[in-house]
Design a protein around this ligand. Structure first.
Ligand SMILES: [Zn+2]
Length: 87
């Protein structure tokens, strides 16, 4: 419950930042839609618009194929902030 409060504000981060093309190499952009276990966050939690959610889903899947982000995160490997070294 406490975790859900983080996503209370419902607005699309990508619209706010005026991002038209989501690059799969730009993890700083993708991290808005990834959970701490590198899973794609559902739209109802992030508040992304449909268009950007679709774009970011493709970008995340592409990033997984290129090994930029892992498919599965082991329980031991879950860290407090996985994006510490990004940006
Ligand atoms: Zn949007």
């Amino acid at each position: 419950m406490a975790e859900r409060r983080k996503f209370k504000k419902r607005f699309c981060k990508y619209c706010e930042l005026k991002i038209d093309i989501i690059d799969y190499k730009d993890l700083g952009v993708l991290k808005y839609s990834l959970s701490e276990r590198f899973k794609i966050m559902p739209r109802r939690l992030t508040g992304n618009c449909k268009r950007h959610q679709e774009l970011v889903t493709i970008a995340i899947k592409r990033a997984r194929q290129t090994a930029l982000i892992p498919y599965i995160v082991d329980r031991k490997n879950v860290v407090e902030n996985p994006f510490e070294n990004v940006r």
